[in-house]
Design a protein around this ligand. Structure first.
Ligand code: S3P
Length: 189
């Protein structure tokens, strides 16, 4: 784990670097990557992008359909291509990007090589499961709590490689976004 609230000096320095044009939110399903990502982008005055939206636009079908008709391996291929496209775009406006729950696990090298800032949003597994239950989003990789927990435990060591680690359990979206901005030492709007 690299840091917690307050941010380590090297994370702050990286965040201030003019090279940094994208911050990636990583974490399990239900971590709040999209909602916190939107709130953080508003604070920074940056754009927001959800990688799942880019995948759906490129593949011209929903995530659910990709899983149902072609399986997870095909979804991972589409996800990898979409991420590669995003980070290869020349001169894109600075943005906060919400990744899917498996993106960082399957593409950690791609993001590490690019020197991108990554923020792991974590929460207790029961809360992650409950948040997903409350959302009207179909998640092919969320079945019962036991399976959900096992997948989370497999992935957590990868998530912990992110530049920052923020505990979101019991916190409001704006409070989490404020904490992330503080850790990065960005000027708050
Ligand atoms: C996935 C999470 C989903 C989506 C796809 C696969 C995963 O995104 O990318 O269903 O592997 O955990 P969210 O984390 O936004 O639900």
């Amino acid at each position: 784990m690299k840091t917690r609230a307050g941010g380590q000096p090297e994370v702050k320095a990286l965040a201030r670097s003019p090279e940094i044009r994208a911050i990636f939110l990583v974490g399990f399903m239900g971590a709040g990557k999209t909602s916190v990502g939107r709130a953080l982008s508003r604070r920074l005055g940056w754009e927001f992008e959800d990688l799942d939206d880019r995948i759906q636009a490129r593949e011209k079908c929903t995530i659910e359909q990709i899983f149902a008709t072609s399986g997870e391996a095909e979804f991972r291929r589409a996800e990898h291509e979409a991420l590669r496209e995003l980070i290869s775009e020349p001169n894109f406006a600075p943005r906060v990007v919400a990744l899917g729950g498996g993106t960082f696990v399957h593409n950690a090298n791609l993001l590490a090589e690019g020197g991108f800032l990554t923020i792991f949003l974590d929460a207790p597994i029961e809360e992650l499961f409950r948040r997903c239950q409350e959302q009207a989003i179909e998640r092919p990789l969320r079945r019962d709590l036991q399976q959900f927990r096992e997948l989370y435990e497999q992935r957590r060591p990868f998530y912990l490689k992110a530049s920052l680690n923020i505990q979101t359990g019991g916190k409001q979206i704006e409070a989490i976004a404020a904490e992330a901005a503080r850790c990065l030492d960005f000027k708050q709007k």
